[in-house]
Design a protein around this ligand. Structure first.
Ligand code: SAH
Length: 290
């Protein structure tokens, strides 16, 4: 077993802030979810599977789920506007818009989006829209999160994924359901802290949050078989292309006032193939940190 395999999965706190090591998110806290979490951890390298809902494959463009326990973070709020049923309805709308990958739809159904938002906006959490998270940034629209991850996955399991633009941490949590390891970089310190605070109570074992300029990627953890950008640049940064594994896929919004999704596949050491997908609208990719 390599060092990397032994170290993974790690609790979020050990990844992001060594000084907070004492507050291990994986300390054995007895909650109704503990048994499920233990089972998930011992299953060899399995991605995070919060025990919210179970998906059953069904006919194309339809999405059926059974009721199950909500996540701990979702439990205290009894607001019917943030219930499992409302989340299932959102997932159904995303499926109706054309997202077909059941693994992605299931992941979307499992993550309590309202827990990543300001309490005042939580009742709007399951409308299909981007919403403010502070610092002139937004939580991405559920449809585009699902669509980008669907394109990234291309029907195959993901091992190591890099996200540029953590924001509040929502997309990272969805990615953690479909990939073995998720690395996410945010350039705005208070948002990096917000994502840590949002994710900590969910005890997500396979996300590593970094504060820094995502345009430089994360060479120490490269190569990645998937890279996803949550902010739009005029072009895809070269450093990110270099950090893709051969066969790896990068999905990014590209453009200024008008933007489109771009899929870049690394087909050889010095060869990348690019495809233009649908139009989109993202906040700008910026260099440096604040
Ligand atoms: N992933 C988020 C979306 C956040 S919005 C979600 O789950 O909804 C996009 C984020 O990208 C913003 O927080 C912005 O600060 C960040 N960002 C922009 N340029 C960046 C860069 N160079 N490195 C890291 N983060 C960046």
């Amino acid at each position: 077993m390599s060092d990397k395999t032994r170290q993974f999965p790690l609790p979020l706190s050990s990844v992001t802030d060594k000084a907070q090591k004492k507050q291990q998110v994986f300390s054995p806290v007895a909650t109704p979810q503990t048994a499920t979490q233990n089972a998930a951890r011992t299953a060899a390298n399995s991605p995070w599977k919060p025990p919210t809902v179970v998906a059953t494959p069904s006919r194309s463009h339809a999405y059926a789920m059974e009721r199950s326990q909500p996540l701990p973070a979702a439990a205290p709020r009894q607001n019917p506007l943030v219930s499992d049923a409302v989340r299932r309805a959102m997932v159904q709308r995303v499926a109706n818009q054309g997202v077909q990958d059941q693994v992605v739809l299931e992941a979307l159904a499992r993550v309590p989006r309202h827990a990543f938002m300001d309490e005042g906006l939580a009742s709007q959490a399951y409308i299909d829209a981007s919403l403010p998270i502070g610092h002139h940034q937004t939580i991405s629209q559920p449809y585009i999160v699902a669509r980008m991850i669907e394109v990234l996955r291309n029907g195959a399991a993901l091992q190591r994924v890099l996200e540029i633009g953590t924001g509040c941490g929502y997309q990272a949590a969805v990615l953690a359901c479909v990939a073995q390891e998720v690395y996410s970089i945010e350039r705005i310190k208070p948002l990096h802290e917000l994502a840590k605070a949002n994710l900590r109570p969910m005890r997500v074992p396979n996300i590593r949050l970094h504060y820094g300029d995502g345009m430089l990627g994360l060479p120490q953890a490269a190569p990645f078989d998937g890279i996803i950008l949550a902010a739009a640049g005029l072009e895809v940064p070269q450093a990110l292309l270099e950090q893709l594994s051969i066969g790896g896929r990068l999905v990014a919004p590209v453009g200024g006032r008008t933007q489109h999704l771009e899929l870049v596949t690394r087909v050889a050491k010095a060869e990348w193939v690019s495809q233009t997908l649908e139009d989109c609208h993202f906040v700008p990719l910026r260099s440096g940190t604040v």
